[in-house]
Design a protein around this ligand. Structure first.
Ligand SMILES: *Cc1c(COP(=O)(O)O)cnc(C)c1O
Length: 378
C-alpha cells in the first residue's frame, strides 16, 4: 500500500490463516481431506491469496460459490480441485470441463442436463451430489416420504453418461448451535445423509470416494461428521466454535483519525441527531463508513480500538466517515490508527450490535478498502 492511500485498509494476516489451517487440521481424523471454503472472495480476505496459501499448505480441495469465482482461481494458478457449491447453467459445461472444475449436482433434472452436455462434448464432468437433509436450500430431496425417491434419483444420476460422481455432500443448518433441539436436528441430518449413502451403495452399487458434510460448526461440535473431507470456511478466517481451537482472526479492518475537534456539551453528532454530547467532547472523525463495510445498524453501539483504548463510536455511521469519542484517550491524534475490528477489537461485538454475524461483516468489507497482506512469523 502506498502512503497516499492510508485512509482505511484491511490487513490480512496470512500467517493467521496458516495457523488456523494447522489448528483445524490437527483435529481431523487420519486421512481426512481438507476443503477450504474460499467463496465470496474468501470471505473478503482475497480468494486468490488465500487459495494459493492453502494449496501450498497441502489443502486437498477448495470450494467457491460460482463459476466466475472458480475461473479466477484457475487463472491465478490454482491447480488443486475446486468444487462449485452453487448452480452453473448447463450451457457452461464446456467451461467446467476446460477448467477441470467439479460441479455440484443438486437435483436429477440438473444431472440430466450436465450429462447431455458433457456427452455431446465428449468429456467427463466431475460432480458431487448435494443432498438436502434439512437445510431446505439446494439438494436432492430425501427426507421422510421422499427417501426412496431421493435414493433412486441419486442412483439414476450416478448412472448417467458423461459424469463422474466423485463425491456426495450435505449442509447443516444449525451445527453451530449446541442447544438440545439443534443437536437433535444436526444428528438427524447426519443420519439421513448416511442412510442415503448406504442405500445408494446397497441398491445401486455406487460408492463415493469423498463424502463430506462438516462446515465450521460441525468441525468443532460434531467431529464424528468429518467422514472423508471437512468443509470449513469461517474457522479458517479465525472465528467460530467459541474459539476452542485457539484460532487467530486473519483480518484487521483499520482506519485512521482524519480530524479531531472539541464539541461543546449538548452538540448533536451526525445525521439524524441520534447522539448528543453530555460533556465537552474531544471528537475524532474516522475515515471509514458504511461504504467501507461498517454496518450502519451498529451506529452508536460499538467502540473501536484507538491508541490502546476503546473509543466509543458516536452518532450515525455515515457513508465515508463516523465519529468516535477520544476525550479520555490522550494518546489519540490525527493519523492514529483505528481498529474497527480485528485481534484487539472482537468483530462479534460489532456483529451483535448490527444484529448480524461475523460472516456478513467480513464479506461486507468493500472494494474500496485495499487488502494489505502481511505474513507474521509463519
Ligand atoms: C459456506 C459453506 C460452507 C462453509 O461454512 P462455514 O460455516 O463458513 O464453515 C460449507 N459448505 C457449504 C455448502 C457452504 O455453502
Amino acid at each position: 500500500m502506498t502512503d497516499l492511500t492510508k485512509r482505511t485498509w484491511a490487513e490480512i494476516d496470512l500467517s493467521a490463516i496458516g495457523h488456523n489451517y494447522h489448528a483445524i487440521r490437527a483435529q481431523l481424523p487420519e486421512g481426512c481431506r481438507f476443503l477450504g471454503v474460499v467463496k465470496a472472495d474468501a470471505y473478503g480476505h482475497g480468494a486468490l491469496r488465500v487459495s494459493s496459501l492453502l494449496q501450498s499448505l497441502g489443502a486437498e480441495y477448495l470450494a467457491v460459490s460460482c463459476l466466475d469465482e472458480a475461473i479466477e482461481l484457475r487463472h491465478g494458478g490454482i491447480e488443486i480441485p475446486i468444487l462449485i457449491l452453487g448452480h452453473t447453467p448447463a450451457e457452461y459445461t464446456k467451461v467446467l470441463l476446460d477448467y477441470s472444475l467439479t460441479q455440484t449436482s443438486s437435483a436429477l433434472a440438473k444431472a440430466l442436463e450436465y450429462s447431455e452436455a458433457a456427452s455431446r462434448l465428449g468429456g467427463r464432468l466431475k460432480m458431487h451430489i448435494k443432498l438436502d437433509t434439512g437445510m431446505a436450500r439446494l439438494g436432492y430431496l430425501c427426507d421422510g416420504a421422499l427417501f426412496e425417491e431421493g435414493v433412486q434419483n441419486v442412483i439414476t444420476s450416478c448412472g448417467l453418461p458423461g459424469l463422474d460422481f466423485e463425491g456426495i455432500y450435505t449442509h447443516f443448518s444449525v451445527s453451530d448451535e449446541t442447544d438440545e433441539g439443534s443437536r437433535a436436528f444436526t444428528k438427524k441430518q447426519f443420519r439421513l445423509f448416511q442412510a442415503v449413502i448406504g442405500e445408494v451403495a446397497s441398491q445401486g452399487g455406487f460408492h463415493f470416494s469423498i463424502r463430506h458434510c462438516a462446515n465450521s460448526g460441525a468441525v468443532v461440535n460434531y467431529p464424528e461428521t468429518a467422514l472423508d473431507m471437512v468443509r470449513p470456511g469461517l474457522l479458517l478466517y479465525g472465528y467460530g466454535g467459541e474459539n476452542r481451537f485457539d484460532l487467530r482472526p486473519a483480518m484487521r479492518l483499520v482506519s485512521t483519525i482524519s480530524t479531531i475537534k472539541h464539541q461543546e456539551p449538548g452538540t448533536d453528532v451526525s445525521y439524524g441527531r441520534h447522539f448528543r454530547t453530555s460533556r465537552r467532547t474531544r471528537m475524532g472523525v474516522v475515515a471509514a463508513g458504511y461504504a467501507d463495510g461498517i454496518p450502519r445498524l451498529s451506529s452508536n453501539k460499538c467502540s473501536y480500538r484507538v491508541a490502546g483504548a476503546d473509543a466509543p463510536q458516536l452518532g450515525t455511521v455515515c457513508m465515508d466517515m463516523c465519529m468516535v469519542d477520544l476525550t479520555d484517550i490522550y494518546d489519540a491524534e490525527v493519523g492514529s490508527e483505528v481498529e474497527i475490528f480485528g485481534p484487539n477489537n472482537d468483530i462479534c461485538r460489532i456483529a451483535d450490535a448490527a444484529q448480524t454475524i461475523p460472516y456478513e461483516l467480513l464479506c461486507s468489507v468493500s472494494k474500496r478498502v485495499p487488502r494489505v497482506y502481511v505474513r507474521g512469523s509463519y
